[in-house]
Design a protein around this ligand. Structure first.
Ligand SMILES: N[C@@H](CCC(=O)N[C@@H](CS)C(=O)NCC(=O)O)C(=O)O
Length: 206
């Protein structure tokens, strides 16, 4: 049994590769070069209706049948439930993890992503957009910094899929116009997670 991972070297892709390293399941990497537009190939569209990485195909899905999944948050929940790893069963703890996972999916990912686009890749300089997305990125860092003043990890005392989802985005901090020394609790969290061998391996994929 191998899980096929379709990915590229971006924060969303690395959520999936870090998680696969953390849970220790065998997986095969299929690089989808989004810079060359390979996410629009018909074969990829067949498994990724939104034309985005990451995607996993698990030949041994629920009831022993294959399953194909896109959306990194769904992939993290799936792998956590398949392996009983990084997502607690107890309802209160579980909802706290899902809350911070959704915070990443609905806030950190989209706003950091737009900051990357307008600060680094846009073909014309758009000061309004640069300010809007940089300000929001910095605000989100402060939200995380306040949370991490009270908790070791985003969802509490334990490392969970909420941290797996957020780490690769914070790893792009040199692109964010903010020194991690300004958010010392995020910095401590970032360095702790960055010390995990599974995270280091996952960050090298593909
Ligand atoms: N909400 C999606 C976002 C995925 C996403 O934006 N993937 C980017 C790379 S980080 C991508 O494939 N971009 C290609 C494109 O937009 O054409 C997820 O979390 O999986």
């Amino acid at each position: 049994m191998t899980i096929d991972l379709y990915t590229w070297g971006t924060p969303n892709g690395r959520k999936a590769s870090i998680m696969l390293e953390e849970v220790g399941l065998p997986y095969a990497v299929h690089a989808v070069d989004i810079g060359k537009g390979e996410q629009h190939d018909a074969a990829f569209l067949a498994i990724s209706p939104n034309n985005k990485i990451p995607v996993i195909v698990d030949s041994d899905g629920p009831d022993g049948e294959p399953i194909t999944l896109f959306e990194s948050g769904a992939i993290l929940i799936y792998l956590a439930e398949k392996t009983g790893t990084l997502l607690p069963q107890a309802p209160r703890a579980r909802y706290t993890v899902l809350q911070w996972l959704m915070f990443q999916m609905g806030n950190v990912g989209p706003f950091f992503g737009q900051a990357h686009h307008f600060r680094r890749f846009a073909k014309e300089e758009v000061p309004y957009a640069i300010k809007r997305y940089t300000d929001e990125t910095h605000r989100l860092y402060r939200v995380m910094d306040r949370r991490l003043a009270d908790a070791a990890y985003l969802a509490g005392d334990e490392y969970t899929i909420a941290d797996v989802a957020t780490y690769p985005w914070v790893a792009r901090n040199p692109w964010h116009g903010l020194d991690l020394d300004e958010v010392p609790n995020v910095k401590r969290w970032f360095e702790t997670i960055g010390g995990r061998p599974a995270v280091q391996r996952g960050m090298e994929v593909p």
